[in-house]
Design a protein around this ligand. Structure first.
Ligand SMILES: C/C(=C\COP(=O)(O)OP(=O)(O)O)CO
Ligand code: SF4
Length: 402
């Protein structure tokens, strides 16, 4: 499929909207009351520090809703206002936050049902409204919906679309896109659908394996077995790694994306020589600003003298997990939770470990004066962060009385 031409024609269709419906003001008030927090504003105004009793809270200087998330959630709310009685679908979670997705369901924005790992679009009929989430959707899904004559409300973050444009550029000059990302993640699924040949690498170690294959060759079957779902159909590592371009899922560890880019640049330089580099390697910066800011802010925060950290965000939120990774790498006791209910009475907390398992840690709040570092992912409402901070204050106050 000519994905570029399809996207252009979709964007000109009268059934397609990516600008909202002019209800920004009403929706802004609603979002403010549902997701914003006076306490968090107060902490921001106090230079990101708040002390109460024997607890000092230190907030990261950048955290919480990013611009792309605010925009997507606002557009979803506007869509409900604009189509009060139409059936509204969404192709995936609007963003990776349980509280916000819960609100979508309360507003009767329905998920496309999934049957045996496949979405069943037969439920969608002409005239239905379908929201594409902040991560976007694959070009194949967009085509199905367009062909059905649905009204498509596209909330894809422009930073994500920028990555799609990048892989389109690779495709145009017959370069293979090396995408730093998670092959199952909605954003990467969408990005790879716009790519020609592609290979998705999760981390530097996978990238090193590929770079080594480029330089020294290796076992083709072993290569393909290592990336069974993370490459384009018919991918051949012996043919398709002669010209590569770099792209990423916008919420990966920015330092790692940079290292991967440099690794492939060095590899191609070594293989083809500096004068030929431009015929074999392309790189455009596709790390989004919000990801950069939140990761830079936690890198600053972990320099402080912290007793522990709480990282707040959906368990399937990639950018939140990267924040937890940074705290973990620093050796600070850090707890990734998604909702305040993970903090139990009796000084116990249920939290997600980096590998994904949920564990309960007892006695997580030390006695006496403590400094707690707090950050939250780009999809976490401030209200949830407020609830967590208030709960810590209460628990510590109770502990002091007892
Ligand atoms: C929508 C979006 C980022 C917002 O945070 P999310 O937590 O929703 O998503 P992600 O970190 O990618 O798992 C895609 O860049
Ligand atoms: S994290 Fe970046 S790419 Fe993702 S929604 Fe936010 S601004 Fe957009």
């Amino acid at each position: 499929m000519d994905t570029k031409a399809f996207k252009r024609s979709l964007q000109h269709s009268e059934n397609y909207n990516r600008k909202g419906f002019g209800h920004q003001a009403e929706v802004a008030t609603q979002l403010q009351s549902e997701y914003q927090s006076d306490l968090i504003q107060e902490i921001r105004d106090r230079n990101y520090i708040l002390q109460r009793g024997d607890v000092t809270i230190r907030l990261a200087q950048a955290f919480g809703f990013c611009w792309g998330v605010e925009r997507a959630v606002a557009m979803a709310y506007e869509t409900r206002q604009h189509f009060p009685s139409e059936r509204i679908w969404i192709t995936n979670e609007i963003i990776h936050n349980p509280s916000v997705n819960q609100r979508m369901q309360e507003m009767e924005v329905e998920f496309i049902p999934v049957d045996a790992h496949k979405k069943d679009f037969s439920v969608v009929t002409t005239g239905d409204v379908v929201i594409l989430p902040a991560f976007g959707a694959s070009v194949q899904e967009m085509q199905i919906l367009h062909d059905k004559g649905c009204k498509i409300v596209d909330t894809t973050c422009p930073w994500v679309s920028k990555v799609w444009n990048t892989v389109e550029k690779h495709k145009k000059v017959d370069y293979t896109s090396i995408i730093h990302g998670k092959y199952k993640h909605e954003e990467t699924v969408a990005t790879s659908s716009f790519a020609g040949k592609y290979l998705i690498v999760l981390n530097l170690s996978e990238a090193e394996y590929v770079a080594n294959y480029i330089l020294n060759g290796g076992n083709r079957e072993e290569f393909l077995a290592k990336f069974p779902k993370a490459c384009s159909a018919g991918f051949d590592p012996d043919q398709d790694l002669e010209r590569v371009g770099i792209a990423n899922q916008t919420t990966m560890l920015k330092g790692e994306t940079e290292q991967i880019g440099k690794l492939f640049e060095r590899t191609m330089m070594q293989k083809y020589g500096p004068t030929e580099l431009n015929q074999h390697f392309q790189s455009f910066n596709t790390i989004c600003d919000a990801t950069q800011e939140r990761q830079d802010a936690i890198l600053d925060l972990v320099q402080q003298n912290l007793d522990l950290m709480v990282v707040i965000g959906g368990f399937n939120s990639s950018n939140t997990t990267q924040l937890q990774q940074i705290a973990f790498d620093r050796g600070i006791p850090s707890y990734h939770i998604d909702v305040v209910e993970r903090i139990k009475s009796g000084n116990a907390i249920e939290h997600r470990q980096l590998k994904g398992d949920l564990v309960i840690t007892e006695n997580w709040l030390p006695a006496g004066n403590i400094t707690v570092g707090i950050t939250s992912g780009a999809s976490t409402p401030d209200k949830v962060v407020e609830d967590v901070i208030e709960k810590i204050f209460v628990l510590k106050a109770i502990a002091t009385i007892v």
